[in-house]
Design a protein around this ligand. Structure first.
Ligand code: PMP
Length: 439
């Protein structure tokens, strides 16, 4: 067992080397992040020797937990053969075939290296296909770091503007004014207002980008009415409909879109389809995907990436997704349903103004009595943030790793046992933080 000060010591050194002491803000915790030693199944052990049940799953990217024996075996075999070449590999074709077989709307597919890159490539493909400059997105939705995709998630309510016509506000200082002008922001699950806004830009919009279960918007499912309205509008105005299924692809065999009576033109994927390795992909209508075809006389969107479709990711992804068959998807979604219902029960028992949202194998606990309907409503003020951090810390100290918004995802390694353990500790945690609601 390592000294409990070891993580603090490492972090002091990390602070001298990286801004904030890390390369991804999500690993930060107060007073210092903990460092991972190893992980197996749904358990992660830190360098202090403490083991926790992992509901964070590398920010929803691990569908089979850690070090799944089949993934480890197949990746090891590939590593021994080489990790990346300036040649294509057969496994890329096998994996493309597998993913396209899961969704009738996936005529063609291309692999990239992250969710950010997948969304960016969809937006660029949409612009190339339509010859139009603008993209529309839901207020507050996170779609990665591409300039246009990251607009409108500011944490300063003063900048939000009118709820029925949200401002196009930057996240990163220095975002060009021109970028903001090319992003049209629509309110979530409000078809009428969204359509009124889209109408104003109808000849300039390349696409509408939507996440069907957006985490930062509150992890509430997009309504059928909203999604159908966006599909009809985009079809009628020759714009494309793009789904960001970077996280939500886990919720259906062919993605969360299986639950909606529409087919998008393009779908961005990432996270779990890499089987634990960095990945992204975009798939959809063959004629749209063809803007990337270098064999065309005129290549509308030249598209490449040094590590795209590297065989390690392809082998890991194909193994993971083959294991995540229809039966596994249904079983995991049922476990998610059970978890959300047990969480609701313990919230009622603890009698605190909290609630749970989510769908499929995803959940989020809000320090609010009622499920928020959009980004503005799900926004946690200073007091709620304080209470939420207290709960996340309690869960962490008692053996459960969460995403810091008090969200989590399930892995196929989990069973009713971990769910029951979690809800028991959650009940204790809710009782502990209860006085904070009235302080
Ligand atoms: N879209 C969504 C919905 C996401 O949740 C994320 C990552 N959290 C991204 C895009 C960006 O993916 P990545 O971090 O792999 O770039």
């Amino acid at each position: 067992k390592v000294s409990p000060d070891r993580s603090a010591e490492l972090y002091r050194k990390a602070l001298t080397l990286m801004p904030g002491g890390c390369s991804r803000n999500t690993v930060l915790r107060s007073p210092n992040p903990l460092y991972a030693e190893s992980a197996k199944s749904c358990y992660v052990t830190d360098i202090e020797g403490v083991t926790r049940v992992d509901f964070a799953n590398n920010m929803a990217a691990l569908i089979h937990g850690h070090a799944h024996p089949k993934i480890v075996a197949n990746v090891t075999e590939q590593l021994n053969k080489g990790s990346a070449f300036t040649l294509a590999t057969e496994v890329e074709i096998d994996y493309a075939e597998h993913l396209c077989s899961r969704n009738a709307g996936f005529g063609k597919i291309r692999f990239v290296n992250s969710g950010t890159e997948a969304v960016m490539s969809c937006l660029k493909a949409a612009r190339a296909y339509t010859g139009r400059p603008k993209i529309a997105k839901v207020e507050g939705a996170y779609h990665g770091l591409y300039d246009h995709a990251e607009v409108s998630q500011t944490a300063s309510p003063a900048n939000w503007g009118d709820e029925s016509n949200p401002n196009s506000v930057p996240v990163a200082f220095g975002t060009p004014e021109a970028t903001l002008k090319d992003v049209v922001v629509i309110p979530f699950n409000d078809a009428e207002r969204a359509i009124t806004i889209l109408d104003k830009h109808k000849d300039e919009l390349a696409c509408v980008l939507v996440d069907l279960l957006p985490h930062r918007v509150g992890l509430i499912p997009a309504s059928q009415e909203f999604v159908v309205a966006l599909r009809e509008w985009t079809t009628n105005h020759n714009a494309l409909l793009v789904f960001d299924e970077v996280i939500t692809f886990r919720n259906g065999y062919g993605g969360a879109q299986d639950n909606y009576p529409v087919t998008p033109d393009l779908t961005a994927m990432g996270k779990m389809i890499g089987g634990g390795f960095p990945v992204g992909a975009l798939a959809g209508r063959s004629d749209v995907m063809d803007v990337m075809n270098p064999l065309n006389d005129k290549v509308l969107f030249p598209h490449s990436g040094t590590f795209s479709a590297n065989p390690v990711t392809m082998v890991a992804g194909l193994t993971a997704m083959t294991l995540f068959d229809r039966e596994a998807v249904a079983k995991l979604n049922a476990l998610g349903e059970q978890l959300r219902s047990q969480i609701s029960e313990v919230i009622a028992i603890a009698d605190v103004p909290a609630c749970v949202t989510g769908d499929g194998s995803m959940f989020r606990i809000h320090m609010k009595a009622n499920p928020p309907k959009n980004y503005r409503a799900s926004f946690a003020d200073a007091k709620e943030s304080r209470i939420r951090t207290a709960l996340v810390d309690y869960l962490f100290d008692n053996g459960f790793m969460m995403i810091n918004t008090c969200s989590g995802t399930l892995s196929t390694e989990m069973t009713g046992k971990e769910i029951n353990q979690f809800t028991q500790v959650l009940l204790d945690g809710l009782r502990k933080i209860k006085p904070l609601f009235s302080s």
